[in-house]
Structures are given as C-alpha cells and as structure tokens.
Design a protein around this ligand. Structure first.
Ligand code: PLP
Length: 405
C-alpha cells in the first residue's frame, strides 16, 4: 500500500519499531524552554525533560546557534580519535575544568549505554580482573553489556546468556560491600538511583563504598548519565554526595538534545585502551562534531545561565503540600529529579492519564511502576513551579475523590 494514504500516526504504529504497545503517540511540532507545542498549538509543560535530556530547556538558542555554526564547517571528518577536531577538544577541556584533577581524560561516545560499555571495558582492561559489581534496580542501558549490569531480572530474562562475572548487591546495604574483593574490576553505581524511582543514597553509603573500593583496588564508576549536569542540584551528583569516582559516565543532557556521551577517567587509565592491542575501543561517530559543539554550549549555559543550586528549592515548590493527599505514599527527590509514589499501581495509571489531560508531560520509572517522574528542565522558574503545583493539587484532589470517597 502506498504510504501516501496513511497518516504519520499510522506509519508510526505500522512501520516504526515499537518499544511497547502503549506509547502516548502524541505529536509535537515544536518545543522551547519548558514547553512543547502540538500542531494545533496546544501547549504542554514538560515535566520529564525528554527523560533528563533537556536540562537547559528545549531548543536553547545558543545550542541551536552552535549547531548551525558547526554544521556550516563540517559534519564529520573521520572516526573518533584520529584527527584533532576542535569541538571535541573544546568539550574535553571544558569538562576537565569542571572535574577533579583525577578525572582528566575524556572518551567521547554517542549515548549513555555506550559510555557504560566503554567504562566496563576500561575497568577490565586496566585492572585485569574478571568481576563487576552492580546494584539491584540499577539501570545502565539496553545494550548487551549495559543490560548485563542492569539490576532487574524481568528485563534481562529473554536475552540470556548475558556477560558473566556480574555480582549484584543491594543499594544502601553497607554490609553487602564486603562482597567486593580483589577479583572485582569495578563497582558501577548511580549515586542516586533514577529508574528505581529516585532512591537516594543513605548518609555514609557512598563514602563506605569508596573506602571498600580503595581497600580492594577496585575502580568506582559513577553512572551520572541521568544525575549529572545539574539534574540533582549540583553540576554532578558526586559533588553533592561528596564521593569522587575513578570513572564518570555522562550522556543525556550533555548534548542538549543532540546525541553524545562520555566516559571520563585518569589519562593513565584511559591509555590502556590504546595499546596491546591498539584500538581497544573504537567508534565511528563518537564525539560527533555537531553534537560536541552543542555540548560545549550546554556546559556554558549550565555554568553561566542556570542556577543549578536552586534546584532543591524549586523541587520543594513543585511538590509543596502534595504529601497531604491520600493517594500519595511518598515523594522523593534530589534536585529536580522527583518521584511521586502512589499506594497502588492503578492510582499511578489514573494520575498519568490526568497529567496528560492537563497538558503535563510526565512518565513512569522503569523499576518503580507505582510512581511518576517529575523532572522538568532546570530552567523552570519559581513562578512556573508554583503554576505546576496548582495544577498538581487539582489533579490529586480529584484522585483522592475517585479513590477514597
Ligand atoms: N544510565 C542511566 C542511569 C540511565 O538513566 C540511562 C537511560 O535512561 C542510561 C544509562 C542509558 O542511556 P542511553 O539510553 O542513552 O543509552
């Protein structure tokens, strides 16, 4: 059949691979700041930031300009790591200046999962050890390696055999840390577990983890793909939680909407990927110059335009008095990464429906199905937080009526 007879929505369902059978399948034609617009000019407030990608807001003019400028010069020269490409160099330099001196070498990739894959390989290569330690309900990506260290059996079951040598511990269980021994190449952890439904590290936990890694000479890898770049109220969550990792993984917000990721370590560590044999890790598109130029602009905006330190206060404004509603079990947050957890799954289902009806974009977490995420762009103003809170109050009032009267 000719596609001319089909609407774009129909083609989406017939000819694009689906990730579930129930996508919202809404269509937006443009986006700016915290808003997305339908072709009929209905305005939605983005409380998800495209899953923590649009931290600086949608279509920031400086990012768009950086993309245009770079696109006029060149889109691609050659595979990563061969030629000196100015956007990559500028990006690495900017990142290094934001980080402790021990994190002084940047490997640019295309996505979060690729940053994780690179970090996993780096740990094995540098230490020569076989085991990796991860945590229950952790999410690190969907490729085979990243899936192997993801802490949810249901997601993994159909894709076995995955990579061997993975030890899974319980997040926040200090006693479990004794299972880290001299066979462990690295411990990979989200300092705040995102897809588990915003699970915060208990005081001491990350500190004791760092201590144990130092005792066993295992590397500590922080997956800050979701928590990094301002999301949790500091440029990197490791600053807020005062624990410096040996390897840092970034992606999502780094490109301001363009695909790019990075794993960052010491130069000494990273050099092991380049010899015996050389080309230990290679990528054609990693650090794409247009994405890298966009990322430079993103870092500039995060440093000079957005008050990241106001994120906790903005979060409090957004969730003000929500805990009084009967449908709500708990609200957890770190900066503008917020989980609103309901008592029952059907309450979360209905809440999501009401969010959409009220033009608020939210979504679920992978491993906490009775919670909804609220993670707006960090450029949201206090005034806008107040407006969103008013709508949330109305939604939860209705939910209390429906479920408890
Ligand atoms: N790590 C974390 C903590 C994530 O939240 C995600 C994505 O949601 C990933 C890794 C994977 O990133 P990507 O989807 O870019 O592969």
């Amino acid at each position: 059949m000719s596609n001319k007879l089909l609407s774009e929505r129909e083609i989406f369902f017939r000819h694009l691979a689906l990730t579930s059978f129930t996508p919202p399948a809404i269509q937006f034609s443009k986006a700016a700041g915290i808003y997305l617009y339908t072709p009929q000019n209905r305005i939605y407030t983005d409380l998800s930031s495209g899953f923590s990608v649009c931290n600086i807001g949608h279509n920031h003019p400086a990012v768009v300009q950086a993309i245009h400028q770079q696109a006029d010069l060149y889109l691609h020269q050659t595979v990563y790591g061969e030629f000196v490409q100015s956007p990559q160099v500028r990006l690495a330099e900017t990142l290094i200046n934001l980080l402790p001196t021990s994190l002084d070498c940047v490997y640019l990739v295309n996505s979060g999962a690729e940053a994780i894959e690179g970090a996993m390989k780096l740990a094995k290569r540098y230490t020569g050890r076989p085991h990796l330690v991860t945590f229950r309900n952790a999410y690190h990506g969907s490729t085979q390696g990243a899936l192997s260290i993801t802490g949810n059996e249901i997601l993994k079951n159909h894709y076995r055999p995955l990579i061997p040598g993975i030890i899974q511990l319980q997040f926040n269980q200090i006693e479990d840390l004794n299972q880290i021994d001299e066979t462990v190449a690295a411990v990979i952890i989200e300092p705040v577990q995102g897809e588990a439904g915003v699970v915060l590290p208990e005081p001491e936990f990350l500190y004791r983890l760092r201590q144990r890694c130092d005792q066993t000479n295992s590397l500590l890898i922080f997956d800050e793909i979701q928590t990094g770049l301002g999301r949790t109220g500091s440029m990197f969550a490791f600053e807020k939680y005062k624990t410096v990792p040996d390897v840092l993984c970034l992606a999502k917000a780094l490109g301001g909407g363009m695909p790019i990721g990075a794993f960052i370590s010491s130069k000494k560590m990273m050099d092991t990927l380049a010899y015996d044999p050389s080309l230990g890790h290679i990528t054609t598109f990693g650090g794409n110059p247009v994405s890298a130029a966009a990322a430079c602009a993103v870092l500039e905006i995060l440093q000079n335009e957005i008050d990241i330190s106001a994120s906790d206060e903005k979060a409090r404004r957004l969730i003000d008095r929500l805990e009084n509603f009967k449908v709500i079990n708990e609200v957890r947050f770190s900066g503008l990464l917020i989980a609103v957890e309901f008592h029952h799954l059907n309450q979360a289902d209905r809440a999501l429906q009401l969010f959409w009806e009220n033009c608020l974009i939210s979504d679920r977490f992978l491993f906490c199905e009775n919670a909804l995420r609220i993670s707006p762009p960090l450029c949201i103003t206090f005034e806008q937080c107040h407006e969103v809170n008013k709508t949330l109050q109305l939604i939860f009032e209705q939910l209390d009526k429906e479920f408890y009267e």
